[in-house]
Design a protein around this ligand. Sequence first.
Ligand code: FAD
Length: 293
Amino acid sequence: MANPANRHIAVSFEFFPPADDAGEARLWETINQLAPLEPEFLSVTYGAGGSTQVHTDRIVRRILKETRQCPTAHLTCVGQSRAEVLERARNWWKAGVRSILALRGDPPKGEHTFQPHPDGFQHAAELVGALKEIAPFTIGVGGYPEVHPCSPSEAADTENLKRKVDAGADRIITQYFFETADFLRFRDRCARAGIRVPIIPGVMPIFNFTKVQRFSQGCGAKIPQWLADRFDGLDADPETRALVAASVASEQCNHLIAEGVRHFHFYTLNRYRLTYAVCRAIGVAPAVTAKAA
Ligand code: FAD
């Protein structure tokens, strides 16, 4: 039964633009399966290369047209001039998009350092300021509980986040992390720096431990030994793996709820089952079920 105490927990879900028809079908199945949980918003990532950006645009528009959900479009500074980036944002505003996650972006595949376009934005803070000038978007920015991998120090990272908030960001969505204490320390750092906007922890339910391990090396999220131990020897046992994954993510959410967190942003990887299970485990239920409970 849903835990009535947790019905006020808000959730949001992140998706990426799929590469083929099978992926497209899975994405829409995922969106439809998660919709009854009444997410605050559905966010759609923006690829570093040119091609997936078109798909971000298409999916965001389709969410607006075919669902009652609120899309948050990710937008980056990579490979485009300021004018091109802002043109995309203006078109989104005209189409009815009201929420953007403003990011610097990662370098395209094969490149290791971020090279701004000659006429482009250098950092997310610049993008936030420019977006606020063109329309009253709700702007989210990225936050890094374990410090952004290119940041020289924790202090510099916090200063950068403060710059993004001072430029107009309305909320922070964090990179995923597995040590809850890292998030709590980050939240304290933000409070000390005078950052007052909501900080939404990103939660990664572990669908595939090997892939998460690989991805984590790039984005600077550490994999604690206790986590590796839980998945150890389960490569050929997907059912147990899924149960462990649901338990790890719901433990983390429950710990964060006890620390006052009331909104979780789930990295769904375009799959619904695990995220849905975690939501149910922390008491987030479809409205009709919650009423009946
Ligand atoms: P910034 O805030 O600009 O910071 C980037 C680095 O530059 C930091 O190390 C910062 O300390 C440094 N810096 C910033 N300003 C200055 C300055 N004035 N002087 C010196 N140094 C400075 N990437 C994508 O490509 N597409 C996505 O859809 C996407 N979605 C994401 C969603 C979330 C929730 C998060 C947390 C990240 C996402 N990313 C995405 C990854 C993100 O683009 C990378 O982490 C990127 O490397 C940094 O982006 P940022 O917006 O945090 O950059």
